[in-house]
Design a binder for this molecule. Sequence first.
Ligand SMILES: *Cc1c(COP(=O)(O)O)cnc(C)c1O
Length: 372
Amino acid sequence: MVDLQSQYTKIKSDIDCGIQKVIDSAQFIKGTVVSEFQHDLETYTGSKHVIPVGNGTDALQIALMGLGLQPGDEVITPTFTFIATAEVVALLGLTPVVVDVDWETMNISIDSVCKAITPRTKAIVPVHLFGQCANMEAILDVAEKHHLYVIEDACQAIGSKYNFSDGHTKQAGTMGIVGCTSFFPSKNLGCYGDGGAIFTDDDALASRMRAIANHGMVVRYHHDFIGVNSRLDSIQAAILKVKLTHLDQYITNRQTAAAYYDACFASLPNVLIPYRDSHSTHVFHQYTLRFLDQSKRDFVKEHLAAHDIPSMIYYPIPLHMQKAYADPRYQTGDFPVAERLANSVLSLPMHTELEEEQLAYICQHVIEALKA
Ligand SMILES: *Cc1c(COP(=O)(O)O)cnc(C)c1O
């Protein structure tokens, strides 16, 4: 699905040099390169504060902790997402309230959000799924009206830009009170292990979350909050500092590959290419087709596998149908769009190093399978 080796080969000398510097300095935790990367990312995203943390899941957890949410507080998340979005809500003893998504964007449905709001609702966690921003203008409006926090799960969407109707533009992760991202290796800005970051413009919240990520410590050995141990290590920061300078090019490469796929599949029957929301750029963390017929989808997947082409179903089971999240409030059938998507989606190889020859090979086999 990704080709991290070819990508590394092109930036090897800069990466190797960055890693070697960390080893020479022996500042493996909290090295100067961590704050350098933090500042570079603040400049890139336009976020006032970036808090580097251990991974994207921790970023979401620390955001909820920093906002002071309490057991019993309800947090709205889409049911069609990676499990981490709801996992941290459940872990903290908060109440996950799942809602449906839109068939076109596959992002959280604003109608479902509105229906799910109760007096106990405290936050909405929109996920910018596959690299395209959720309907942030509507989400921020609803949140303001009901005094809710918006915590963006931008783990798949770093660098995506959202245009508001008054003309201003913001990056994924910088629109809510807090935004979270992941530097998992296969993410659009990936390191060589685990990593993540939190974005906020709120000074007090930033210092609280920075402390929580470091055992709740403000002054050394003075613990003002119950915290966690979640740090971005210096070697990962050194890698990310190099890769951030290539992020715009990486996004362009993904968009070019997506345009190639689009041109091949746009006019085929029974399959839909990714919908483009006019408010958001799409950074194509995934290129995800929707098949109108599940058996066709499954046949295409098998046909691709037989020709050594990987493809993935993100995500095969919505959250409300997961064993660990079984809840008498929810039954199969409650979120028809998410359930239909789970049976419709297929993500094709998508990364920064796709050559035209590879794209042509993949397209040829998808088309072949669809016609069979
Ligand atoms: C990857 C991902 C996460 C978690 O990030 P990790 O760094 O793997 O912990 C959370 N939410 C979404 C939508 C993701 O894609």
